[in-house]
Design a protein. Structure first.
Length: 271
């Protein structure tokens, strides 16, 4: 009888260890491919036409993934002014901030019929970072440099840049706004083509060239990760990874249970 008890104890210890190892399987599962880097934060902006400026067919979206002070920016816009003096229209764009943190509205005051840079500044603030194409500079002083601006009616913009402390402060305080400049003369108010820009360095250009066309407040996304595969609805690149682990653990525990039952039966028959 003493020998049977010792055998049963040894079997239980071995099988119990196997069960614990199976239950710990989830802790050793690899990270799901495509998940956002730990500690990164995602911000989104929906870019809408600035009221009164006649860009009703324009739209866009911008995503900014922030890891420390390094921002990876992806932007898609369409419906903007296509050409300027026979060449693709340069759309200077920026992160503005530290004012009211909002875009101009129909109540924004203007004396010309066009919401100009000066009219909009009290709502979304000054230039904090210039969203130029590589390898153009990104400081505020580069804000009016049309040679480093994205061009054309529609474009996809993608760049990774280091943000300065002022821009980081605006983002952290929910006071950062994305602005894309440049109006289509055919749809903008007439004053946009007849009046000159008041932005330093662009005073020889018409107001259409610098007035804000699209605007959107930058807000923290509710997503904690950005998977590259399909949503977890039973299909896609992440399907079966976690479920497979659970099924594997469940199957393993069934095997453990069967092993314990077999030991008990052998001890009974041998006795």
């Amino acid at each position: 009888m003493h020998g049977r008890n010792e055998i049963l104890k040894a079997a239980c210890v071995a099988i119990g260890a196997a069960g614990l190892a199976l239950l710990g399987l989830g802790a050793t599962m690899p990270t799901v491919a495509g998940a956002q880097t730990l500690g990164a934060k995602t911000y989104m902006a929906t870019l809408k036409p600035v009221p009164k400026n006649g860009q009703t067919s324009a739209s866009g979206t911008l995503k900014l993934v922030l890891n420390g002070d390094v921002a990876t920016i992806t932007e898609h816009v369409q419906g903007l002014a296509a050409a300027f003096t026979g060449k693709p229209f340069p759309h200077v764009q920026h992160i503005h901030g530290l004012a009211k943190g909002v875009c101009p509205t129909t109540s924004t005051k203007t004396t010309t019929g066009v919401i100009s840079v000066g009219d909009a500044a009290p709502t979304y603030g000054g230039i904090l970072t210039t969203l130029s194409v590589t390898p153009g500079g990104t400081t505020a002083t580069k804000g009016a440099t049309i040679t480093i601006a994205p061009k054309g009616a529609s474009y996809t913009y993608s760049r990774t840049i280091t943000l300065n402390a002022t821009t980081m402060k605006a983002i952290d305080e929910n006071n950062a706004v994305i602005v894309v400049h440049g109006l289509t003369p055919n749809t903008a108010p007439k004053a946009g083509a007849t009046l000159k820009s008041t932005v330093p360095g662009t005073t020889k250009l018409p107001m259409d060239a610098t007035a804000p066309a699209l605007c959107g407040s930058l807000a923290a996304s509710q997503m904690t990760s950005v998977p590259t595969g399909a949503p977890q609805t039973g299909g896609g690149s992440t399907a079966g990874v976690q479920d497979g682990a659970l099924f594997g653990a469940g199957g393993g525990l069934l095997v453990v249970g069967a092993g314990m039952l077999a030991v008990r039966r052998r001890l009974r028959t041998s006795g």
